[in-house]
Design a protein around this ligand. Structure first.
Ligand code: NAD
Length: 253
């Protein structure tokens, strides 16, 4: 088919839920083989079962992607099971407590940065040798509206998603001419299982709420998955270093 994804080996992180699960199913229906990486073994297995029920091929690897050993296992399993690594989707992420800087604990800062920014870096670094050897590859990162503006989340999440956008652009520049493209989606509000910690900082939602009025309508995980698969596909062969808002127009406000 015209996606060029038939038979390709694709890693999707956070594929046990929400945007990642929708992306795994869409890649599989385009003919790709999908490695489902998630912290939650039960939901990861459910995604694998859904892919298989639809006639596709998938395998799950469970663990914390902030851990180098888990990252190495994810990449090695994709290569061993599927024979190559063509697409990496860094999608797993966690929300912060919507806290302003003075209210952010060391633990919150370190966890949000590790999962949302360090894990995509670790996975990318582990995937690149395989893509460079093949002379081709596509990386798609799930950033956020919070990577484009200061009014969509707390300090930690906002910094992490600005970081993801910086990493995406730098990859695009460093590896252009080597057959590897790196792009990101910037979702606005999406109906998924992601949660904001109930106990929030003093300058949290109340401070940001007035700016949230611009959010527009909430999109579906499937809307986000369509953009991820497009950016990974041959239809996006000329697109590198792009940050694509999938946000019902929030970024245009
Ligand atoms: P979700 O909570 O439904 O799914 C996220 C998945 O990531 C879960 O299955 C979770 O187990 C997994 N995960 C979390 N930490 C992990 C870790 N350390 N290692 C491995 N897996 C881990 O959330 P979602 O909304 O589908 O989020 C996907 C991405 O979209 C995230 O990067 C999030 O920041 C981004 N995003 C979401 C929204 C939104 O409104 N939902 C908006 C903008 C961006």
């Amino acid at each position: 088919n015209e996606t060029g994804l038939t038979g390709k080996s694709v890693i999707v992180t956070g594929a046990g839920s929400g945007i990642g699960r929708a992306a795994a199913l869409r890649f599989a229906s385009a003919g790709a083989k999908v490695l489902v990486a998630d912290l939650n073994g039960e939901t990861a297995r459910e995604t694998v079962e859904s892919v298989e029920a639809a006639g596709g091929a998938a395998v799950a690897v469970t663990g914390d992607l902030g851990d180098q050993a888990v990252v190495d296992r994810v990449v090695a399993t994709a290569v061993e099971e599927f024979g190559s690594l063509d697409v990496l989707v860094n999608n797993a992420g966690i929300m912060d407590r919507m806290s302003a800087a003075a209210d952010v604990s060391d633990a919150e800062w370190e966890r949000v940065l590790r999962v949302n920014l360090t894990a995509p870096f670790l996975l990318t670094r582990a995937a690149l040798p395989h893509m460079l050897a093949a002379g081709k590859g596509a990386i798609v990162n799930t950033a956020s509206e919070a990577g484009l503006r200061g009014s969509a989340a707390g300090a930690a999440y906002t910094a992490s998603k600005h970081g993801v956008i910086g990493l995406t652009k730098n990859l695009a520049v460093m590896y252009r001419g080597k057959g590897i493209r790196a792009n990101a989606i910037a979702p606005g509000g999406v109906a998924t299982n992601i949660t904001v910690d109930a106990e929030q900082g003093a300058h949290g939602p109340a401070t940001i709420a007035p700016y949230f009025g611009n959010i527009g309508s909430v999109t579906s995980a499937e809307d986000q998955a369509a953009a991820i698969v497009f950016l990974a596909s041959d239809a996006a062969a000329g697109i590198n270093g792009a940050i694509l808002p999938v946000d019902s127009g929030w970024a245009a406000v």
